[in-house]
Design a binder for this molecule. Structure first.
Ligand code: SF4
Ligand code: SF4
Length: 296
């Protein structure tokens, strides 16, 4: 038995400029079985009726379809599905207090989805994309595991999250002012001097955010997250835009920050992750279609 995953990239799919090849060439459709249907001019693939032949994948002129066969056992590990024929995430990485969890994997395989779930910004729906996720269901699903205690504390407000997003290039568009004023205004831990020194932000302190180099913006955003008084620190791609020396400074500082806290780092730089992490969780899959986290 296989778990059929049919994903349609809605941005790529363009029914007004194709001949609806996904429908016309589908063998079950030709036999009167509605494996592909159009609703409001959008195609939908019924995964229970699809036979996984892959003809629609080859025929679609916009490469909008992925059909994947996964082991049936994975079905019970489905954590989140965005939509019908949408991306699916299986399993989650497991944070451990006092340790740095590194996360590595190709883009589009669910790293950001996992981070949002661990930050409490997205409640997983366990595959029922027709409704929002439910906190009680999350606790029930993870009962008896380390993640149960993590989510219980997160949802009860007993742990606070600080998040460094990946898209630091947006910072100069939404934040203005001098670096030192920004950092002082968010210093909840009284660590301003330590963080400025550790991340070598001294020369940037009197600059406006718009005058910063890419590496300085990155370190400013890392500093802003690190100065928050939190129990969980999530850093998405902290090594980007920095040279190897700056990366080592960032890594050394994050290692200090991890003491008595949860610290999760997503990064594409394997040497950086190898240096910084106490353990690493790998996510593999097909970009845009599915991602599977390795077991802890
Ligand atoms: S999936 Fe491909 S063939 Fe089907 S409607 Fe979209 S663009 Fe056309
Ligand atoms: S994989 Fe084959 S059976 Fe499934 S929707 Fe595509 S053409 Fe139809």
């Amino acid at each position: 038995m296989v778990l059929r995953v049919a994903v349609i990239d809605r941005d790529a799919c363009n029914p007004s400029k194709c001949q609806r090849e996904c429908y016309r060439f589908c063998p079950p459709v030709k036999m009167g079985i509605p494996a592909v249907e159009f609703k409001d001019d959008e195609p939908y693939i019924n995964e229970e009726l699809c036979i996984g032949c892959g003809i629609c994948v080859k025929k679609c002129p916009f490469q909008a379809i992925q059909i994947v066969n996964l082991p049936q056992e994975l079905e019970t590990n489905l954590v989140h599905q965005y939509d019908i024929n949408g991306f699916r995430l299986f399993r989650l990485p497991v944070p451990v207090r006092d340790k740095i969890l590194g996360i590595v994997g190709r883009n589009g395989t669910g790293k950001s989805t996992a981070i949002k779930i661990l930050a409490g910004k997205l409640i997983p729906n366990f595959g029922d994309y027709t409704r929002d996720g439910n906190i009680d269901e999350v606790l029930e699903k993870f009962a008896g595991t380390q993640l149960y205690y993590y989510f219980k504390d997160l949802y009860n407000g007993r742990i606070r999250v600080a998040y460094k997003p990946q898209e630091v290039y947006l910072t100069p568009k939404v934040v203005s002012g001098k670096v030192k004023n920004i950092l002082k205004s968010i210093d909840e831990r009284g660590e301003y001097d330590v963080v400025v020194d550790a991340l070598s932000l001294d020369e940037a302190l009197d600059k406006d955010v718009k005058e910063l180099s890419g590496g300085e913006v990155q370190r400013l955003v890392i500093a802003a997250a690190a100065l928050k008084d939190a129990d969980v620190y999530l850093f998405d791609e902290p090594s980007s835009f920095n040279d190897v020396f700056q990366r080592m400074r960032v890594a050394r500082y994050l290692r200090r920050l991890a003491s008595k806290r949860y610290l999760i780092v997503v990064d594409h730089d394997l040497a950086f992750l190898d240096y910084i992490s106490d353990f690493v969780s790998v996510v593999y899959g097909s970009p845009g279609a599915y991602g599977i986290f390795t077991r802890p």
